[in-house]
Write a protein that binds this ligand. Structure first.
Ligand code: ADP
Ligand code: MG
Ligand code: ZN
Length: 505
């Protein structure tokens, strides 16, 4: 993948500097400045009107929902939202931009001064999610310079490949789709940090419900800026902007490539040209697209057809109320509440919808922690072994709660539960019907259980001695032995009670 193998000691002389610009399409029903549907995949040029086609005399009207989503995103990213922000015209000519300018925001954006907390290489993921993350090892705060609102352009579709394209088609459905552009500070130092930043950013936006962040459909797009400087030098080097990268993994790969390329240029006595480059995923390298000298002069000026945007204190506090618990905070709480590992907390919070369903179900159970446990180890384990997704599970949340409750009440042993889950996955049936049909036998006759305990005690004098010498945890050994002898059918609660009684007696 790399330009050429560079010796590690040469690489180590330089420090990469990375800043990311991310565009996300907002999930509004209609476009930013007109009533056309904001929908991906419609028949080309069907969701258009005089406003988004830029016909003379048509006037934009700001979509309040777009402001709401952009405000929610700003708050979720710890930004300060400006009371008064200004829309501006960013002028450039492009075939899929019929107005000849894009409505954006320039020197007075909607929001500024935010941040995202991301784990560093030494592993916030491993060290967990301490309550005060800002001061903890393994985490790093990456600044967000600004979040501003703008509109998307249309799409050009070329038939054939770049050089040999015979025709270009225009689909203007995307014209006027509301976007939030989120610009980071040049705070990242490794491609992995950039990857983590993007992963967190996407997750936060999904939780906030402002975008579907679908990269294949272009709802989330990222331009990566990267430079290198000799370690110890304060001044940044000339930056390169890498465009057209459509997955986080490719962004990481493009940054890795670009860092090595720049170091090579510097090592051979050259200087890095400030330019825009394109990532070619097939070849695993970047290509120069245009240099800064040919760069656009956008001639920004305030949009005369739109008044300043005022975000009132009320609007802001309403948005704040509607902001859900965000992923990192949720994981920290769930780790404490359900005694989870960091890894398990990630699994349970993979999507807000799933975490919501889990927590709603857990609330109805006798022991919510046990629900987490059954879900992760019994259901999660089997899904993983079969290579299935959570949505493909034959066992519903209700089924998981039922299993956890039966286990908790001692009406089934954990061995019986495992057998029932085996049947669920074999026959693709939920836990409820399987349990009803197969209701496992239970031995609840105290006399019969005592008889089995006596046998186990007689066969294990050493363990009895250890128990009586004070090693109380040895009781578990006897419970296990009897459970096995009973083929998992002894009533667990009764068994526990009787084992202790016998051992103490
Ligand atoms: P431009 O005007 O070229 O778009 P900006 O100053 O607006 O440049 O910055 C765009 C992005 O590039 C931001 O995310 C910023 O953090 C990042 N950036 C700025 N300077 C550098 C640099 N020298 N190296 C790496 N990234 C940088
Ligand atoms: Mg830029
Ligand atoms: Zn329209």
């Amino acid at each position: 993948m790399s330009a050429a193998a560079i010796a590690p000691d040469v690489l180590a002389k330089y420090e990469p500097v990375i800043g990311l610009e991310v565009h996300v399409q907002l999930l509004t029903a209609t476009k930013a400045f007109c009533g056309c549907a904001n929908r991906f995949g419609a028949e080309p040029n069907t969701n258009v009107c005089p406003v988004c086609l830029g016909l003379p005399g048509a006037l934009p009207v700001l979509n309040e929902k777009a402001v709401e989503f952009a405000t929610l995103a700003s708050l979720a990213l710890n930004c300060q939202v400006r009371e008064r922000s200004i829309f501006a015209r960013k002028n450039y000519f492009y075939p899929d931009l019929p107005k000849g300018y894009q409505i954006s925001q320039y020197d007075k954006p909607l929001a500024e001064h935010g941040w995202i907390e991301a784990p560093t290489a030494d592993g916030g993921r491993k060290t967990g999610v301490p309550a005060d993350r800002s001061s903890s090892v393994g985490w790093k705060r990456i600044g967000i310079t600004r979040l501003h609102m703008e509109e998307d352009a249309g799409k050009s579709l070329h038939d054939g490949f770049h050089d040999s394209a015979t025709r270009t088609y225009l689909d203007l459905n995307r014209c006027g789709t509301p976007l939030a552009e989120i610009v980071s500070e040049p705070d990242m130092r490794t491609p992995d940090e950039a990857f983590e930043y993007l992963t967190r950013l996407k997750e936060i936006l999904l939780y906030a419900g402002v975008s579907d962040c679908n990269m294949e459909e272009g709802s989330l797009r990222c331009d990566a800026n990267v430079s290198v400087r000799p370690r110890g030098q304060e001044q940044f080097g000339a930056k390169v902007e890498v465009k057209n990268v459509n997955s986080f993994k490719f962004i990481r790969a493009a940054l890795e490539y670009e860092i090595e390329r720049q170091i090579e240029v510097l090592e051979s006595g050259g200087r890095v040209a400030q330019e825009t480059r394109l990532w070619n995923a097939n070849e695993g390298r970047t290509y120069s697209m245009r240099s800064k000298e040919q760069a656009h002069d956008y001639r920004y000026f305030p949009e005369p057809d739109l008044p300043p945007l005022f975000v009132s204190a009320e609007f802001l506090s309403e948005a704040r109320k509607r902001l859900p618990e965000l992923p990192e905070a949720r994981r920290a709480r769930m780790i404490a509440e359900y005694e989870l590992s960091v890894q398990d907390a990630h699994t349970l919070t993979a999507s807000r919808e799933f975490a919501d369903r889990f927590e709603a179900a857990a609330k109805t159970a006798r022991n919510p922690r046990r629900v987490a446990n059954v879900l992760l180890s019994e259901v999660g384990g089997r899904l993983k072994a079969l290579g299935l997704e959570q949505e493909q599970s034959p066992v519903s949340m209700t089924g998981i709660v039922l299993a956890a409750d039966l286990l908790d009440e001692g009406r089934i042993s954990s061995k019986q539960m495992k057998q029932l889950f085996d049947v669920c996955f074999e026959k693709s049936e939920d836990f409820g019907p399987v349990y009803e049909r197969e209701k496992p036998q239970q031995i609840t006759d105290a006399g019969a259980i005592e008889k089995m305990i006596d046998d186990v005690i007689a066969a294990n004098p050493k363990q009895v001695e250890q128990y009586r010498a004070g090693k109380k945890t040895m009781a578990g050994f006897f419970v296990g032995q009897v459970m096995r002898a009973s083929k998992g059918q002894a009533n667990p609660a009764l068994l526990n009670e009787l084992v202790v009684k016998k051992l103490e007696g």
